[in-house]
Design a protein around this ligand. Structure first.
Ligand code: ACO
Length: 319
């Protein structure tokens, strides 16, 4: 059997920190409200001259260094992003050029906050089908550019950043299974509904959200997809060593863990310092837990995400 394994992780956060106290000076909010309702204390904001591909480049270089691979080894790049550098070419093409990788297939995946899970599952399938040997999978976002900074109900939630992994072919798992879902009938509850037409943006170019509906939907589908992943692998909840959830809101993370019966000591949380970085949040959290030694060889790691679309999914890994 052919499998894929993650052999290196990397991440990058822009230097500029925007705290809840900074936001108190911008909109009618408070540090206390943001912390108790979301778990977020601060988030990073990209510099004006940084694009999603620049954040991705920094994260990718760290993942490549950790994996001991160079540009010539990479034969697939998938970038998950909702905030691409430009409409086209893809951010993956721009990243490929910046890395000096040539010739291999590269493309973007648009599944909003589930984007990284979608991208990782896709790269795993490329590798298991024998179509590539060493894949770079990246989640990168600059949400600060699609937020209405006068709307307190959305601007306090998000941050900028990037995370990356190197996935290689292996005769041992690796990725045990992946589970992807979508339901486009819920597209309006979380969206950036604007489109470019005739040189103008039609509709709003900013994030719009029905917070409460998103909250309930997220908790329901995350629980379902975790049980689906466990059932496929004949595993129990107690077999999960680390849960790496999409970092949207501490109350979604705590509620999901509680419903599943997973103690919070087994849940990786980076949200407090980063906010919701959409497609970047799972690889950012994964990299933190790999680098500080929490994740050890042989452990079961479950990644799960939910996002606009609505999309959701999980990837179960034996590390
Ligand atoms: N500061 C102070 N008050 C605020 C703020 C703010 N930043 N934002 C909203 N409020 C007010 C509202 O205006 C409302 O006031 P009112 O009662 O006078 O009308 C009050 O706070 C309560 O608002 P709710 O929307 O009911 O607050 P809720 O407890 O639902 O929290 C939140 C809002 C945090 C967005 C919550 O619904 C949530 O976590 N939803 C999940 C959505 C999420 O995480 N989205 C991230 C992207 S989605 C994803 O990644 C899957």
């Amino acid at each position: 059997m052919m499998y894929s394994r993650i052999v290196g992780t990397g991440s990058y956060l822009p230097e500029k920190i925007l705290t809840n106290h900074d936001l108190e000076r911008m909109v009618d909010t408070s540090d206390e409200w943001i912390r108790t309702r979301t778990g977020i204390a601060e988030r990073r904001i990209a510099a004006d001259n940084q694009m999603a591909s620049d954040l991705a480049l920094n994260a990718s270089r760290k993942a490549m260094e950790a994996a001991g691979v160079t540009a010539v080894d990479i034969d697939l790049i998938i970038v998950a992003t909702t905030t691409p550098d430009v409409i086209f070419p893809s951010t993956a093409c721009i990243l490929q050029d910046k890395l000096g990788v040539r010739g291999c297939p590269v493309f973007d995946v648009q599944a909003v906050c589930s984007g990284f899970v979608y991208a990782l599952a896709t790269a795993d399938m490329f590798i298991r089908a024998g179509k590539c040997r060493t894949a770079l999978v990246v989640g990168t976002e600059i949400y600060s550019r699609i937020l209405d900074w006068t709307d307190r109900s959305t601007c306090v939630l998000f941050g900028d950043g990037a995370g990356a992994v190197i996935l290689t072919r292996s005769d041992q798992p690796g990725i045990l299974s992946s589970h992807l879902h979508a339901d486009g009938s819920h597209s309006k509850i979380l969206a950036v509904p604007g489109s470019v037409c005739g040189g103008k943006v039609q509709g709003t170019p900013f994030v719009t959200m029905e917070g409460n509906t998103v909250f309930k939907f997220a908790i329901k589908v995350l629980e379902e997809v975790v049980y689906e992943a466990l059932a496929e692998n004949n595993l129990q909840v107690s077999d999960i060593d680390w849960l790496i959830p999409h970092q949207a809101n501490i109350r979604i993370i705590v509620s999901t863990a509680r419903k599943l019966g997973i103690p919070m000591e087994k849940v990786v949380v980076t949200l407090d310092r980063q906010g919701n970085t959409s497609a970047a949040s799972i690889p950012l959290a994964l990299d933190a837990a790999v680098r500080d030694g929490r994740i050890q060889s042989g452990q079961h790691v479950l990644l799960e995400g939910v996002g606009g679309g609505f999309t959701w999914g999980a990837v179960l890994i034996r590390w």
